[in-house]
Design a protein around this ligand. Structure first.
Ligand code: ADP
Length: 479
């Protein structure tokens, strides 16, 4: 479980808030109930004392004390109701005192007599068993003027046991309520943030190549719908800017092509003119070389622009990738032989692929060309091609200069060269690998490099046997 997720955090906040409110509620209920029970107990004791006075002691001279004793036993049943009742005459002698209750909650004989001259209407007597007895004392004067002290008491435990039961019930009910609320809340949060997860997953998959795709929008009218719509609008603007940039690069390259071709033509004519001085001839040759280099760069830039604009899988045919690699390697063998390099092609089986023959051939040409360029004389180059797990793999390994580890992160960037001076001498502008990468991406494939055990570098291209629909976009770039 991700504890930093919105889901978890909101649920945790909500659970703590609920727990806090439940505790507050429990405290309130506890004290309110305690107050209510105590008031109730006091009212009941004071009512008992009044009843004893008014109903039994008022006419005690006529009814006799035995009648009072009998009535108190029958009417109040103090043994069963755990009541303490005592009627004391004015001389301190006891007219009636209830016995030990059935539950042995207290012993009435241990309750000290109350003095009439220092009477406390309410008092608490501590019992031997640890409990307390709440006693109400009520002086009473009968019709004939006889004075009595009526005491009515009850164990305070009655209140406490109800409160304990309340606490016990709350201790069971609250965790249960909290558990149900948290589980319910977590479930609701999960449902609420699921669209956000979907948006994040989809957004992860959107790159500059499939900017035409949009995030899923559910018409719920909530903030998530608003977010998805805003992101979609933002992607629309990004798509437009990307097209604008690509269009500009493609248009600029296209426009530069023609004047460059004219310059090259003119320079070639000038070179053929016989009457030129040798220095002039050298200057023209150098200018022609630079113009040719410029032409190559413009062609490559145009190519990258087209690839990035999505004009990739226009010509789709089925062909044997391994066979195409073999013939390409053969065509380039002369270049390797010039440098006395050993160029080997290794392929076990044919690997059929669907795609643009010319584009895919370019991957092989660029990689093998680099291997030849950046491997010193006498080195060796091994090109292998095989199919594995629904992919065609092309590996070009050389024993050349290799690529420093800090350069490998940028090697596929446009115009990136490890050693600018040397690459320029070799005629490179740092666009070859950028083109290879663009073709691979257009085909839903990948390119990477790794350091072999010995000197040199290994480039590995992986292309899906059946290119993804990613590349099947309508070409936007003209020219
Ligand atoms: P360039 O046209 O300059 O060769 P690339 O895009 O093909 O441009 O390559 C970019 C840079 O990567 C090169 O300048 C070179 O430094 C390095 N590089 C490419 N292939 C190899 C290789 N097989 N061995 C060593 N370095 C390489």
């Amino acid at each position: 479980m991700n504890v930093r997720s919105v889901r978890f955090r909101i649920t945790a906040w909500y659970a703590s808030l609920l727990a806090g409110l439940l505790i507050l509620f429990a405290v309130f209920i506890y004290f309110a109930l305690e107050h209510f029970l105590e008031v109730n107990l006091r009212e009941s004791l004071s009512r008992d004392a009044q009843t004893i006075g008014e109903a039994l002691l008022k006419n005690v001279d006529e009814t006799g004390e035995d009648y009072v004793i009998k009535e108190m036993e029958e009417h109040f049943a103090p043994r069963i109701t755990s009541r303490f009742l005592r009627v004391t005459r004015s001389d301190g002698s006891i007219l009636y005192q209830s016995g030990i209750p059935e539950n042995h909650a207290f012993d009435p004989s241990h309750v000290a007599p109350e003095q009439l001259n220092s009477l406390r209407p309410w008092r608490e007597e501590q019992m031997k068993g640890g409990g307390a007895l709440l006693i109400h004392s009520n002086p009473y004067i009968g019709r004939t003027g006889k004075r009595f002290l009526i005491e009515a008491g009850a164990p305070y435990d009655e209140v406490e046991s109800v409160l304990h039961e309340l606490l016990f019930s709350l201790a069971i009910a609250f965790p249960l309520m909290l558990g149900i609320a948290v589980a319910g809340g977590y479930g609701i949060m999960r449902r609420l943030v699921r669209p956000l997860d979907e948006i994040a997953t989809k957004a992860e998959r959107i790159t500059s190549r499939n900017l035409n795709e949009r995030l899923p929008v559910k018409a719920t009218g909530d903030e998530i719908e608003k977010l998805a719509l805003s992101l979609n609008r933002m992607m629309g603007r990004l798509e437009e800017s990307f097209h604008h940039i690509n269009r500009f690069s493609a248009d600029a390259s296209h426009e530069i092509r023609t004047p460059l071709a004219i310059i090259r033509g003119e320079l070639e004519n000038a070179l053929q003119a016989a009457e030129q001085a040798p220095e002039m001839r050298e200057t023209v040759r150098s200018a022609l070389e630079e113009a040719e280099r410029l032409s190559r760069i413009v062609e490559q830039l145009l190519e990258i622009s087209r690839l990035e604009a999505g004009e990739t899988l226009v010509d789709r045919t089925r062909f044997d990738f391994s066979e195409m690699t073999r013939t390409t390697v053969e065509q380039m063998r002369l270049l390797a032989e010039e440098k006395h390099q050993q160029l080997t092609f290794d392929c076990a089986r044919p690997s059929e692929i669907e795609g643009d023959h010319m584009r895919l051939k370019q991957i092989v040409v660029n990689l093998v060309d680099n291997a030849i360029k950046y491997t010193p004389e006498g080195g060796s180059i091994l090109v292998s091609s095989f199919a594995i797990d629904g992919k065609v793999v092309l590996e070009v390994a050389d024993t050349g200069l290799g690529v420093p580890s800090d350069a490998s992160a940028h090697i596929f960037d446009r115009f990136y060269r490890v050693d600018k001076g040397r690459s320029r001498q070799l005629g490179g502008a740092g666009l070859g690998l950028a083109i290879v990468k663009s073709i691979c991406t257009a085909y839903g494939g990948t390119i990477g490099l790794r350091q072999p055990d010995g000197p040199g570098i290994v480039f590995r291209v992986e292309l899906p046997l059946h290119p993804s629909p990613n590349g099947e976009r309508v070409p936007r770039s003209g020219g």
